[in-house]
Design a protein around this ligand. Structure first.
Ligand code: FAD
Ligand code: NAD
Length: 404
């Protein structure tokens, strides 16, 4: 009998967790497993703000996929997926076509610009390791240009961060520490540099614990970060952003760098399939299958699940993506063995938001944490994610041990 073929698209948290768990639950001859990813490396999306600010080297954020998969059980193909035909069970890539019996779509997130004019063209997004490296280089270029130009344009030294969600705040935490280093390196007076966070909602980190939010804002402001709250970005131009301050009141912030961190969506490829989706996120069945497609599993940021306690979607996080990968692997194994699939239940341990190298805020197992203790926990969470994919050797290679 022909072995079933399993295709996993994307080697982010969700895709790698799927593959690593498929390796565990399926014997060598049980299935043909193929993992397709754009790059030969995986990057830790949860560390991208560090690479973007320049507080961590881009190389540290990524590792080779072949180092963490079992080459006997899983075939890795470096390719960019171009189309997914869920009716014909075929995937087209720039490196050939692939057919499948079961597919796991784990293609992750893309920045969401909500159709706001100019953002696609003029703002930078912390979307992947290449984009993060570009942001780092762009900011350094602005500092270097300011230093060398005769007629100085101070707006080169203004950095606007759109969105005070977790990504925006974590990036600001890194920038707050990086700016003094850049000033020293490029002979720029600190007072010439502006870092402005623009948030549409009436508060920073909307919905998060207000006491922790005050702690974060206080510490970031003390390091020179400015906040403009309740003032959505409505347009980006080559010179900066326009923000809405009142019914008919707008302010233009001239800036050499605009980083857009105001929300995410799923992979655009989902939108060209007949699978029902909202901003490329699919409201999956309880066992993580796409509605109406028994052989299609969706995990990570392309999947959408409603939290029945709050009646709101679970936020797209690495924590959930990895748990979904494990659950999808077990459910595919069950189907191959002719057994029933199981409903996926997220096991939420909490949220920790870093504020730079040595500071953070969080709620862990229902308890609030701040400062160095929270920062230590964040590093342990980061190391745990490495451990779950690559075991102790990956933690030794890539782990965060600079605990203060
Ligand atoms: P991803 O990790 O985005 O992986 C998708 C993979 O698919 C990538 O390898 C990509 O290269 C590949 N891919 C995409 N398109 C194609 C294609 N067409 N062809 C082939 N391959 C393709 N969550 C937390 O839980 N905790 C945190 O602390 C945290 N911090 C974050 C910090 C930042 C700066 C950001 C941006 C996000 C953070 N998140 C955090 C959210 C978390 O990173 C995402 O929820 C998580 O990455 C989703 O995992 P995923 O597997 O769905 O996708
Ligand atoms: P988000 O959707 O959580 O936050 C986006 C922010 O941008 C919101 O505060 C929103 O009000 C604001 N915004 C939207 N439109 C705007 C506009 N026009 N002008 C100004 N502000 C605007 O997105 P994110 O921060 O990128 O996070 C994405 C996901 O990744 C979330 O699920 C988050 O929980 C997760 N994440 C987690 C961590 C962590 O756990 N430490 C870190 C980063 C990201």
């Amino acid at each position: 009998m022909k072995r079933p073929s399993i295709l996993v698209l994307g080697a982010g948290y969700g895709g790698l967790a799927t593959v690593v768990n498929l390796q565990k639950v399926l014997g060598t001859d049980a299935a043909d497993i193929t993992l397709i990813n754009k790059n030969e490396y995986h990057y830790e999306s949860t560390w991208l703000h560090e690479a973007a600010a320049g507080t961590m080297l881009p190389e540290q954020v990524r590792y080779d996929i072949k180092d963490v998969i079992d080459g006997v059980k899983v075939k890795f193909v470096q390719a960019t997926v171009e189309a997914i035909d869920v009716t014909g069970k075929k995937v087209s890539t720039d490196n050939g076509d692939f057919t499948y019996d079961y597919i796991v779509i784990a293609l992750g997130f893309e920045g969401e610009t909500f159709g706001i004019e100019g953002l696609d063209k003029y703002a930078l997004s912390i979307a992947n390791v290449t984009a993060a490296r570009y942001i780092r280089e762009h900011i350094e270029y602005q500092f270097a240009t300011w230093s060398s130009e005769e007629v100085k344009d101070d707006s080169r030294l203004t950095i606007v961060v759109g969105g005070a969600g977790f990504t925006g705040i974590e990036f600001l935490g890194e920038l707050a520490n990086r700016v003094p280093e850049l000033c020293k390196e490029f002979d720029v007076p600190r007072e010439k540099v502006r870092v402005v966070c623009v948030e549409a909602a009436p508060m920073v980190l909307p919905g998060f614990d207000p006491e922790l939010v005050n702690y974060a804002v206080g510490n970031l402001e003390a390091k020179g970060i400015e906040f403009s709250i309740g003032t959505p970005v409505v347009e980006a131009t080559p010179e900066g952003v326009n923000i809405k301050k009142g019914d008919d009141e707008f302010e233009f912030i001239k800036a050499g760098t605009v980083v857009w961190a105001a929300g995410v969506r799923g992979s655009k490829l989902i939108e060209s399939t007949p699978i029902e989706n909202m901003r490329a996120r699919v409201k999956v069945e309880k066992d993580l299958r796409a509605p109406g497609f028994e052989d299609v599993f969706i995990v990570g940021d392309c999947a959408l699940m409603i939290n029945e306690e709050t009646n709101r979607p679970f936020p797209p996080t690495a924590q959930i993506a990895m748990q979904q990968g494990e659950a999808a692997a077990k459910n595919i194994s069950a189907l191959i063995k002719g057994e029933e699939t199981h409903a996926f239940e997220p096991d939420l341990k909490g949220t920790v938001c870093s504020l730079g190298e040595d500071d953070a805020i969080g709620v862990v197992f229902g308890r609030k944490v701040t400062g160095k203790r929270a920062s230590f926990m964040k590093k342990m969470i980061d190391n745990r994610a490495l451990y779950m994919i690559g075991g102790p050797s990956l933690v030794m290679k890539k782990g965060k041990f600079n605990v203060l």
